[in-house]
Design a protein. Structure first.
Length: 64
């Protein structure tokens, strides 16, 4: 199990979709375009999770 956990501030999401473009296995968007976390990253998925975190223009994704 990975030590990295994704948290998002859905109420601040602007629906840019950069998370989905960078890590489609980890993120999706609901019908309103708000980020949805599909699963927590495995160690192999951590680079994509970090890319999504850094690409988010609203900075609503946090990895801890």
């Amino acid at each position: 199990m990975s030590g990295v956990k994704i948290t998002v501030e859905r109420d601040r999401c602007i629906g840019a979709g950069q998370c989905v473009l960078n890590a489609p296995e980890l993120f999706d968007q609901d019908d309103e375009g708000t980020v949805v976390v599909l699963e927590q990253p495995s160690p192999e998925q951590e680079p994509a999770a970090h890319a999504a975190e850094h690409a988010c223009p609203a900075r609503v994704i946090t990895l801890a």
